[in-house]
Design a protein around this ligand. Structure first.
Ligand code: HEM
Ligand code: HEM
Length: 207
């Protein structure tokens, strides 16, 4: 197959670019800055949910290259894209390339799992974190073995309420960190292979 000339890629539309960098910021904030389960963690989490909701809506009504139909997940296409890479062929893709598309859906799947479990654990407002801190103190004391009977009850109640959800939340977050590393590795690889326009198309500023 002949090499397809790669026309200069246009920028992603502003909604894709703004939601991309806001999602990245929110993930970084909750992974590195906010205290797990605290008020700010939950507020950032709801912000993340709203931004992701906007991007998913955009996948239905946005411009052609931002729609799900432009980068439907396909292991078959991903394998053929891998073959193109191995053969040194550079195909032009107007949306995410087929490998990138799989990564996008994997990241979104993780985010939705984190958001779903997070909202289920956070419960109704207010989310100032004070109740959760009290619960954690009770659980911590109960598991240290110096527990009074009342604290043991509190510990059991707390764990029963958030045990499996917390586990899923944390596992999905860890998986997300791994995917993000692979994603950034993929972007660097694709930038070296096909040129800087891959990265520039997602640049937050400029036309
Ligand atoms: C990608 C963004 C997020 C990351 C990286 C993240 C990460 C984490 C981690 C590592 C924990 C500790 C889990 C444990 O030890 O059980 C945690 C706890 C928690 N997160 Fe998130 N989280 C995110 C988004 C959210 C969202 C969207 C919400 C809700 C709107 C949320 C609500 C909570 C709550 C309530 C806890 C406390 C669980 C407990 O009390 O054990 N998080 N988060
Ligand atoms: C927390 C960190 C990050 C997350 C969660 C993340 C997530 C995503 C997602 C979901 C997409 C698909 C965009 C869409 O269609 O809406 C995407 C695309 C993209 N991301 Fe990230 N990203 C992160 C960090 C980064 C960083 C640091 C870079 C730059 C080195 C980057 C560069 C890109 C590029 C260039 C694309 C478009 C790839 C293509 O043309 O197919 N991302 N990212």
């Amino acid at each position: 197959m002949t090499e397809t000339p790669s026309p200069a890629r246009r920028r992603w539309d502003p909604i894709v670019r703004i939601t991309h960098w806001s999602i990245a910021l929110a993930v970084l904030a909750n992974a590195l800055v906010t205290e797990e389960g605290s008020g700010p963690h939950i507020w950032v989490g709801y912000g993340l949910a709203a931004i992701l909701g906007l991007r998913l809506l955009w996948g239905l009504v946005g411009p052609a290259e931002a729609r799900f139909s432009a980068f439907w997940p396909s292991p078959h296409k991903a394998l053929s894209h891998l073959r193109d890479i191995r053969a040194g062929r550079k195909e032009h893709h107007s949306s995410h390339n087929p490998l990138g598309a799989l990564m996008v859906y994997a990241i979104w799947g993780c985010l939705l799992t984190i958001i779903g479990t997070g909202i289920a654990m956070a419960g109704p407002p207010p989310w100032d974190g004070s109740e959760r801190e009290a619960e954690h103190r009770t659980i911590a004391t109960a598991t240290q073995g110096e527990d009074a009977e009342g604290e043991e009850e509190g510990g059991e109640a707390g764990e029963a309420e958030e045990g499996p959800l917390g586990e899923i939340h944390e596992t999905a977050a860890n998986l997300l960190y791994l995917l993000i590393l692979l994603h950034i590795g993929g972007v660097i690889f694709e930038t070296r292979r096909s040129g800087k326009q891959v990265l520039m198309a997602m640049a937050p500023l400029g036309r």
